[in-house]
Design a protein around this ligand. Sequence first.
Ligand code: ADP
Ligand code: MG
Length: 616
Amino acid sequence: MADIIKLLPDHVANQIAAGEVVQRPASVVKELLENAIDANATSIKLIIKDGGKSLIQVVDDGIGMSATDARLSFERHATSKIQKAEDLFDLNTKGFRGEALASIAAIAHVEMHTNNGQDEMATRIKIEGSAIVEQEVCVAPKGTAMSVKNLFFNIPARRNFLKSNNVELRHITDEFHRVALAHPGIAFNFYNNGSEQFNLPKANGRQRIVHVFGAKTNERLVPVTEETQVVKIHGYIIKPEFSKKSRGEQFFFVNNRFIKSPYLHHAVNAAFEGLIRPDAMPGYFLYLEVDPSSIDINIHPTKTEVKFDDEHTLYAILKSTVKHSLGQFNMVPAIDFDQDPNLDTPYTYKNKEAHQPNVTVDRNFNPFQEVAQKQSGVQSYSKQSVEGWENLYVGLGSDAGPQGDSQSLQFESDTITGSIFENQQENLESIATTFQLRRKFVVTTIRSGMVVIDQNRAHQRVLYEQFLRNITLNEAISQQLLFPLSLTFSAVEMVILKDIKEGLTTLGFVFSKMEGEEVEIKGVPLMVSESEVPILLDELIADYQREGIENSFSQTDVLSKTLAKSLAVKTGEVLNGNSQLALVNDLFACKESGVSPFNKPIYITITENDIDKKFI
Ligand code: ADP
Ligand code: MG
C-alpha cells in the first residue's frame, strides 16, 4: 500500500490551532492586548465594531517590530518570548506559545502597522487567511497597531455560531476588565462602535478597580494583604453585604495573569461562610504572586488555567487571609440565615399584650355519649359524617350539604389544572376555606379534597403573567416619585440597563436620565416601592449577565421573571385570610397555574381518596 500520511500545509495547521486559541472575538482581544503588554506599552487603545465581528483593533506604544520580525510574527511557533523549554518555568510574559498571531491571521483579514523606533520607516503588512497580501514600508508612530477584520470569514460555521453583537461585546468587556485590572500601571481606552466605553488612566490598584466598576465600588472594598514564603497576596474583597447573586466581580490574578480557579474560589467562599446568604457570591480582586517555577500555565491554549505545585497550602493561606481581613474590618456574622422562620412572632401578635389563657373544662364530657354531644350542638367527628368530611373546614359558612355536589367533581389524575375551578370560580370564595401552613403553604379546600399551594411560587406565577401582559399590551401604570431617585452603575451595568430600558419603561419605570455612570428614575411601577428599586435593578442586571439575552422575546421573559422573583411574597411571610384567598383566586386565573416561571410545581392536591388510603 502506498504511503498515505502527509504533513498538513501551514494554513491548515494554523486554522486548526485557531480553533483552540480563537473561540470568539473576545479571544482575539485578549491575545492582542497581551501582546501589547508584553511589548511594554504604557498606553493601549482597543477599538471594536459590531461586537468585534467586523473590527477589532489594538493600538499600542510599545517596542514595535523590525520589518523581518513583523513578517515572522505571523508564523506558527514564532515567538520572541522564550527560546528553550526551561524558559517555560521562568515566565514573565503573557505570551510564549507563538501561535496567537498565526492563528488569528488564518481566520481573519489582518493588517499590522509597526514601528520599533530604530529603523527609518515603519512596516505595514496585510495578511488574509494566512496569505500575505501586501507588505510595504510606511509611516507610523512607534509601537504596533493591529486590526483584525471579518473574523471567521473563511469558516462560515464558526461565524454563524457567534452570538449577537451585544453578547459578544459583553465577552470582550470581560476580557478587557481582566487585562485592565491586572495592569493598573498601563492606560487603557476602549471604544465600541465609535463611542467611548472606558477611559482608564494610569492608576494604582484600587483606583483601577473603581474606574472600571464605578465610584460606588470604593466604599465597598476591604484590603487584603499577606506575605508568606509560598505566596504573596494583595488585593481587595467586597464587603459581604454587597455580595451579589451573579458571578460578576470575582478575579484571581496569578503573577499578573487572570486565571480561573474553582479551587481557590472555594477557599474564598469558605472564608465568607456565614457572612453572606447561601445563594450569594463573594466579590473579590485578589492578586497572588508565586515563584514562576512553582506553577504551570501551559495546560490550556488560552492560558487561563494554572496548575500550582502546592495547591493545598495555597488554599489554606488564602482562606485564612481573607478571613483575617473580614475579621479586621469587624465583619462578624450579623444575620442568622438558618433561623427557622416559624420561631418568629407572627406580625399579628407583635405589640400585643399576652393574656393568660382561659381554660374551661367540661367535666361532664363523655366521649362515648354520641347522642348527648349531638344534642349539645358540638360538631360530630363520628362515622355518619365521613362523606361530608370537608365540612370540617368548609361547612362553617357553606350551604352545600354534606352530600351536596361533591360527587359531581371527578378527577382524572392527581395533577389538576386550573380548569377544575372553572365552574365554581365565582363561588370559590364562599365555599373555600384557606389557611396558611408553616408560613410557606396556603392550603385550600376543593370539593374532592384539598390543594396545598407553595405561596412563593404561586405569587411568582401571578406576577410573571401580569408583567408579561403589561409589557405586551403596554398598559403598566407607574407612580411618580416625589424626588427622583439617583443611582450609579458601572459602565458594563449601564450597557445592560440601556439594553433593557425599553422593557423597563413598558413596565412602568420612568427614566429621566441615563448618562455616564448615573441613572435618574422619576417613576416606578405601582407595585414596586422606591426602596426596592436598587436591589431590583441589581438583580435584573445579574440575571441578564447570566442568561446573555439574545432577542426581545427572551428579554421580556427574563425581565418578567426577575421582577416576579424579587417581588413575590416569600416563604416565611404571614398572609392574612384575604390575601390567601386573593392569591388562590389569582393563581387559578393564570394561564398556566401549575408551574412557576422557573418550572417548579406550584401546588399539589390531596384528595379524599388519598387520605382514606392513609387510614387503611
Ligand atoms: P507570543 O505572544 O506567544 O510570543 P504571538 O503570536 O502572540 O506569540 O506573537 C508573536 C511575536 O510577535 C511575539 O513573540 C512578539 O515578538 C511579536 N509581537 C506580537 N505583537 C506585538 C506587539 N504588539 N508589539 C511588539 N511585538 C509584537
Ligand atoms: Mg501573544
